[in-house]
Design a protein around this ligand. Structure first.
Ligand code: NI
Length: 202
């Protein structure tokens, strides 16, 4: 190899090292500041309808911390249990969680009209909103939050839905902060919500 070629090769290798180092530092800098993006959960854009028939979009999760849950009103067990637990959390937190909102997103918009979900969420808390809409828009929020939602046929025309059972803790920027698992104790759940509300108090 001629000296000139060797010199060019060294230059190329050095350039590769510099580019790799810059790339690593960018990853290092963004990881700490944007865990939500790193986790890949949340975000997205969509246009849906709330329980009063008003149009809502991704900004419904901005401006206050939220407990975000995906379910359906025909659910025999997980959803009614979770709604009852949410009601309890709101009651126990009282004024501490004045700013907190609950968001129930239907994964069964065919049956869950705004009227149906209104009756369903209204007993939980007046700080609870129900969200439904066109299937393709529901698909967008479901995909953004990496939620499992699949139709399971039953006898005849009937069907049920398999769906993610966790409640998402969402900060006032609409970013994913963590989850409350199905069946978690009231103490642990309340503790997590307190942290969410305290950390995002603005
Ligand atoms: Ni359910």
């Amino acid at each position: 190899m001629a000296d000139a070629n060797l010199g060019r090769l060294r230059l190329v290798l050095w350039a590769a090292v510099v580019v790799a180092a810059l790339g690593a530092s960018v990853i290092y800098l963004t990881r700490g500041t944007d865990e939500a993006a790193a986790s890949g959960i949340g975000g997205g854009t969509y246009s849906l309808v709330d329980h009063n028939g008003n149009t809502v979009d991704q900004t419904m999760l901005v401006g206050q911390p939220s407990l975000l849950f995906f379910g359906f009103t025909h659910c025999p067990d997980v959803c009614p249990t979770t709604m009852a637990e949410m009601q309890l959390w709101f009651q126990q937190l009282g004024e501490e969680a004045d700013d907190l909102q609950g968001v129930f997103v239907s994964v069964d918009p065919l049956r869950d009209t705004p009227d149906v979900i209104k009756g369903y969420v209204s007993f939980v808390s007046d700080r609870m909103i129900g969200v439904t809409g066109a299937q393709e828009e529901i698909d967008k929020i479901v995909a953004a939050w990496r939620v499992l939602a699949e139709k399971v046929p039953l006898d005849g025309e009937d069907y049920t839905m398999n769906h993610t059972a966790s409640v998402f803790l969402v900060n006032d920027q609409g970013e994913f902060e963590g989850t409350i698992s199905y069946g978690e104790t009231v103490e642990v759940a309340i503790d997590k919500i307190r942290k969410l509300v305290t950390n995002t108090a603005s």
